[in-house]
Write a protein that binds this ligand. Structure first.
Ligand code: SF4
Length: 69
């Protein structure tokens, strides 16, 4: 099992905290909204990914389980 980041685009307000905490996986578009790199999170980045999820002020970021990736 690996984990993948997902953004709820309805909830997301473009605060950009997630991209600051996890630039290896999250970029920002021209309007400051996150673009999540495809695929699952490398084990070495998982703790940073969890911190990014916890830091999102509107709970728009989640980690979902994936069978592989
Ligand atoms: S921290 Fe949350 S609200 Fe801000 S850009 Fe990331 S997902 Fe969106």
């Amino acid at each position: 099992m690996r984990e993948q980041l997902q953004v709820d685009r309805i909830r997301c307000d473009g605060h950009a905290l997630c991209a600051e905490l996890l630039p290896e996986v999250i970029a920002l578009d021209d309007w400051g909204y996150p673009i999540v790199k495809a695929g699952t999170i490398a084990p070495a980045l998982l703790e940073h990914a969890r911190q990014a999820v916890a830091a999102c002020p509107v709970l728009a970021l989640t980690l979902a389980q994936r069978l592989e990736g």
